[in-house]
Ligand binder design. Structure first.
Ligand code: AMP
Length: 192
């Protein structure tokens, strides 16, 4: 199974590149942010809980996030591989993912980190906020907090997988196709 963690700060282009990866590799895409937005849109108890955190740009607690992710994977037993987009965002999430995949006799193949300068991230997110309908993309102080949370709580996940030789940094500025070419090269080198 090709299990790719698509990693990088908010606004680094994970969603855009995930679309191209689905097309080329035919694997399942799971975005925890999208799953939370779906739950929120349906006013489910999970959605209402997530909303408290998302509205401030904070992380939803690990136990809630991990349970939701595992349910989604379990609901797709025939997947040939998975793109994990926006997950794991903490070390406990990464540890839980490793245990969960091991139980399924598989593992993380690669973590691909999109590297984009901070000023560029803010610019992209504010632009996306004009059309995405996402409240957390419209407010500059929430954007700043999301980037801060990425630095303080999430960036260590890169090192966690780097220790086992699975992390690859991708230059995330350029055209969508250029960035996708770097992604494809890294995937093709790691697998198949
Ligand atoms: P995203 O769409 O990936 O930018 O995520 C939007 C928001 O959803 C984040 O700011 C968090 O509040 C929440 N979220 C998404 N994924 C996670 C995760 N793996 N752990 C905790 N919170 C998450």
């Amino acid at each position: 199974m090709l299990n790719i963690i698509l990693f990088g700060p908010p606004g680094s282009g994970k969603g855009t590149q995930a679309e191209k990866m689905i097309e080329k590799y035919g694997i399942l895409h799971i975005s925890t942010g999208d799953l939370f937005r779906y739950e929120m849109g349906n006013n489910t108890p999970l959605g209402l809980k997530a909303k408290e955190y998302m509205a401030k740009g904070e992380l939803v607690p690990d136990e809630v996030t991990i349970g939701m992710l595992e349910n989604k994977v379990n609901a797709n037993p025939d997947a040939q591989g998975i793109i994990f987009d926006g997950f794991p965002r903490t070390i406990p999430q990464a540890e839980a993912l490793d245990v969960f995949l091991k139980e399924k006799n598989t593992e993380v193949t690669l973590l691909l980190a999109l590297d984009v300068p901070e000023e560029e991230l803010t610019k992209r997110l504010l632009k996306r906020g004009e059309s995405s309908g996402r409240a957390d993309d419209r407010d500059e102080s929430i954007i700043k907090n999301r980037i801060q949370v990425y630095k303080s709580e999430t960036s260590q996940v890169f090192d966690y997988y780097n220790q086992v030789g699975k992390s690859v940094s991708i230059h995330g500025v350029g055209t969508i196709d250029e960035i996708f070419e770097s992604i494809s090269e890294a995937i093709d080198q790691a697998c198949c």
